[in-house]
Design a protein around this ligand. Structure first.
Ligand code: PLP
Length: 365
């Protein structure tokens, strides 16, 4: 019996091929070079091996892709917003950048990426932040030349307000989540994220057998799982990790269609504090993610500490509460024999984690 916080995807099968519905979301032939859009000089982020941790947890290998070192920006989000802004400019040549105001709602990281993209093309930018986003993240967005509007509510409330004001003022929304009639730009954002998946496989030829990836609306997970599914002979067993209170993917898996989170998304994991999934990701995560699990708030600090103060000889990683959630998921699985077995984990498994953010505005542990 697997624990109640873990659920298999009844629609996923190991034999299912990456078909047209999936390719419409993630196209492995269209991985951009986002660093070049920012003037170049950026190498891939490190893919660290954590052998001591692998031994402790009883798996063959653990590797962590360290997005805290992305472009000096500190989160994988630098890939998505920046690329989508440049893509918009490239496909709307009739609109001078100086006359465009880009906008989005964000828990912090995506907004900073859109602000960076807007600054790099000479456009204006206004970012909507929920109540919980740290003052440091707000300051970092302003430092990229953007205006900030604080919303007295959560992430989903900020999304609604951003949509309302953008429609009123003629601003261009660069959202990382999709809704009915609004899909292309979130797809561009996810296309930016595929760069990190491509970097991983350039360095790690066999790739992982297992992937623990944290989800907010699902964009990161869909980009990575979709890319691996498309290019590897066998896609890894993929586990979607969410905070208990922001379990929109866990609930959507159970319902067999997009469904709301069971809680109020009041979590320290700000980047994952979403009550609704991004519907464009469904053909990938709804059909091809193998497992969905939740983690509790008190599992965050131990996971951040484990990255920051690693076991014997493993490299140290700086992470924020959302960044370490995949590791918190893995350690939770490894403390439950039934769960460990159900996922097919053993001493041969090659596990991938993505440290999706550093500690900007999150203090140290
Ligand atoms: C650090 C971090 N990790 C993971 C995520 C989740 O990404 P997505 O909302 O695409 O699932 C976010 C989203 O903001 C984030 O900021």
């Amino acid at each position: 019996m697997v624990p109640a916080w873990l659920a298999a995807n009844p629609r996923a099968s190991r034999q299912q091929t990456f078909g047209p519905a999936q390719r419409a979301v993630i196209d492995p032939a269209k991985v951009p070079d986002v660093g070049a859009l920012l003037g170049g000089g950026h190498g891939p982020t490190p893919l660290y091996a954590l052998p001591a941790l692998a031994t402790r947890l009883g798996v063959g290998e653990i590797r962590a892709k360290d997005e805290s070192q992305r472009f000096g920006f500190g989160a994988f989000k630098a890939l998505g917003g920046v690329f989508a802004v440049h893509q918009f400019i490239a496909t709307h040549k009739d609109r001078p950048a100086a006359g465009i105001t880009f906008t989005t709602a964000s828990s912090g990281n995506h907004g900073r990426s859109v602000a960076l993209g807007a600054q790099s093309v000479g456009a204006r930018c206004t970012i909507f932040l929920p109540k919980f986003t740290s003052a440091e993240k707000e300051e970092a967005i302003r430092a990229k030349g953007a205006d900030v509007i604080r919303i007295d509510g959560d992430y989903d409330t900020a999304v609604a307000e951003c949509r309302r004001q953008a429609a009123e003022r003629g601003w261009t929304v660069i959202s990382d989540t999709s809704w009915e009639g609004y899909g292309q730009i979130p797809l561009d954002v996810m296309r930016g994220y595929t760069m990190l998946a491509a970097e991983i496989l350039r360095e790690w030829k066999d790739g992982p057998t297992h992937l623990f990836v944290q989800a907010g609306v699902g964009g990161l997970a869909a980009a990575v799982i979709g890319y691996f599914w498309a290019v590897l002979p066998q896609r890894p067993v993929s586990v979607i990790v969410e905070p208990e209170s922001a379990d929109c993917w866990f609930q959507s898996n159970r319902a067999g269609q997009p469904a709301l989170a069971s809680g109020a998304a009041d979590t320290a994991m700000g980047g994952l504090a979403c009550r609704e999934i991004s519907p464009v990701t469904w053909p990938i995560l709804g059909m091809g993610a193998d497992w969905f699990m939740t983690i509790t708030e008190d599992q965050v600090i131990p996971a951040r500490r484990l990255f920051a103060h690693p076991l014997n000889g493993d490299p140290a990683l700086t992470s924020g509460p959302s960044g370490c959630a995949g590791l918190a998921g893995l350690t939770r699985i490894c403390t439950e024999a039934d769960a460990f077995k159900a996922l097919g984990l053993d001493g041969q498994s090659r596990v991938l984690l993505i440290n999706s953010e550093g500690n900007l505005g999150e203090g140290t542990v």
